[in-house]
Design a protein around this ligand. Structure first.
Ligand SMILES: O=C(O)CCC(=O)C(=O)O
Ligand SMILES: [Fe+2]
Length: 283
């Protein structure tokens, strides 16, 4: 279970460190934010990204114009040497092969595609059981679901109680609203606080594709120290974290409602500006 697996990772190394170690230890600047670098291995990332893109690309979820754009791009790129291969990294087609939503209804997200994953949907894109791929995908999904804290239980467990039947990995657990978000290389998310009623008290993200900077800013940044401690807890008023592919983050209270978060289109990260985003990102 995650709680046991992740417990040693949830301790901040240094309260203001902006650098990630690759040792699997979180380096979050805020006690209510956990960042788990390399939570998924490269193989797990590839599997999840490929199947997530396949879900987003299902004909029922795309427009006629989008499918035409995709067909034309594919036709052109099959003539390349080597031709574009959907089963090989980077798994994304070029930006101009997708029909992006230009702006979210409230203007927060720009140049993106998104969907909610409902019961059984991963089965629509996983190959039939028998090959190892389906069980490998299930294992990755279980690892992602394990990041989400279980809802509090009201019943007492006794040693003789039979555990509830395990839900198939193809269906997100009932306490998880699973949202796929594919950002164009020029896509971004403006600062916002997610609606508490719609999304619950904990927000978990798994990053795939291009690295991006996530910026957090205390909503009541102007408040005095005493008030700040009540509204958002200890931690700097504004900080950035680098979301590298394969990393996961967990935003818990009080950060989740007292800080905005944003995914920047382009940002400097410890002098690595030139190595940062020109890539699409999937979360
Ligand atoms: O892509 C992410 O990790 C964050 C997405 C987000 O903030 C949102 O959809 O509200
Ligand atoms: Fe958000």
């Amino acid at each position: 279970m995650l709680a046991r697996r992740a417990a040693p990772l949830l301790r901040p190394l240094h309260p203001h460190c902006r650098c990630f170690s690759s040792s699997g230890t979180t380096t979050s600047p805020h006690p209510a934010l956990s960042v788990l670098p390399a939570y998924l291995s490269p193989t797990e990332q590839s599997l999840l990204l490929r199947h997530s893109l396949a879900l987003l690309d299902q004909p029922a979820r795309t427009s006629a114009a989008g499918r035409k754009r995709r067909r034309e791009w594919l036709k052109q790129h099959q003539r390349h040497n080597p031709p574009w291969d959907p089963a090989a990294p980077p798994f994304f087609m070029a930006d101009d092969a997708y029909a992006w939503e230009e702006g979210h209804f409230d203007g927060v997200i720009r140049r993106y595609r998104e969907m909610l994953v409902r019961d059984g949907m991963w089965r629509d894109v996983a190959p039939p059981a028998g090959g190892g791929e389906r069980s490998a995908l299930d294992a990755v999904l279980d690892k992602v679901y394990a990041l989400v804290p279980a809802p509090p239980t009201t019943t007492t467990t006794t040693t003789t109680a039979t555990p509830p039947p395990r839900a198939p990995a193809a269906s997100p657990p009932p306490h998880l609203i699973m949202h796929l978000l594919h950002l164009a290389s020029t896509g971004s998310i403006a600062p916002h606080v997610d609606n508490l009623d719609a999304f619950g008290r904990t927000i978990v993200g798994v990053s795939l594709g291009g690295a991006r900077v996530m910026r957090f800013e205390r909503v009541s940044a102007g408040a005095g120290k005493g008030e700040r401690e009540r509204e958002g807890g200890e931690g700097p008023d504004r900080f950035d974290v680098l979301l590298e592919p394969g990393s996961a983050y967990i935003q818990a209270e009080p950060l989740r409602t007292h800080y905005t978060h944003a995914v920047l289109e382009r940002a400097e990260w410890d002098g690595r500006q030139d190595r940062l985003p020109t890539d699409q990102r999937h979360s």
